[in-house]
Design a protein around this ligand. Sequence first.
Ligand code: TXA
Ligand code: MG
Length: 315
Amino acid sequence: MAELGTQRLQPDAAGLSSAAAILRGGGLVAFPTETVYGLGADACDDHAVARIYAAKGRPSFNPLIVHLPSVAAVKELVEWNDAAERAAQAFWPGPLTLVLPLKPDAGVSKLVTAGLDTLAVRVPSATVAHNLLTEFDGPVAAPSANTSGQISPTRAEHVLGDLSGKIDAVLDGGACAVGLESTILGLAGTPTLLRPGGVTLDQLTQVLAAPVTIRDDAAEISAPGQIKSHYAPRARVRLNATSWASGEARLGFGEVDCDLNLSATADLTQAAANLFEFLHRLDAGHAKIIAVSPIPNTGMGAAINDRLNRAAADR
Ligand code: TXA
Ligand code: MG
């Protein structure tokens, strides 16, 4: 595929058919999901999947999520169980990823799982994602469409600003509604929250009617992408700022005076939807430090704080 330019495709019938043809030819297409933009490739094509790792500069021991248009398509790839059935009924299509035992004959590239015997699967709800997956009619591996370690993209412009020339196309579907990556739930053994995200821990516990273990970062990296420094803007990030120093870019929450406010009404869902977009914007303003108001750790706040802590971690 051409390295010269990255095509910007409209998510109409012609654009979707071009995008699916690029995927069939082993190319890379960024596409909008309800969480963030994904960088998609044919999950059964080793060469195409290798190109994802190359374009992102991603360590190849960090496995990818496979995206599918329906639960029926998911069941062809993984061993299903009761907990998966409950979670899928409640949250699919939507911002939840399930990690389940990989069927030996699934045909998914070993590069997707990084050699693990489990597979991360998700059925996105965004119309453009769903239409692309239906048109392509096969599993699509897609990490977030950003250089490894940087802020995830929630608009086509973010993708182009970062990966233009390294990928074949981006389907432009405007802004992502949730704005934070999917929640990852491990269901190959005891239900384990591997990454907080668009579906909250309370929601999961309720639907599974069973306790959900929270993976301890320090113990082991079972979602290897959950490395400490991640989602990092160029600027340093200062958390829990209750006052501002001069020269800092001010990212507020609630009734505060600031440069950009994640949610003036202290709405955590709105704050999640704005988080990456605002970090991208403040970073473009060349501030050396981005100071962020405290965010309550309830509901979606847990996922917001997870991303902010990684953005603030030592690099
Ligand atoms: O919302 C999302 O999940 C977005 C959109 C594009 O779907 N994708 C995304 O992918 O955030 P990525 O690659 O940035 O994060 C995938 C995470 C990584 O932390 C990876 O380690 C974990 O999923 N993962 C993938 N396969 C796994 C597996 N078999 N077991 C445990 N963790 C896995
Ligand atoms: Mg990512």
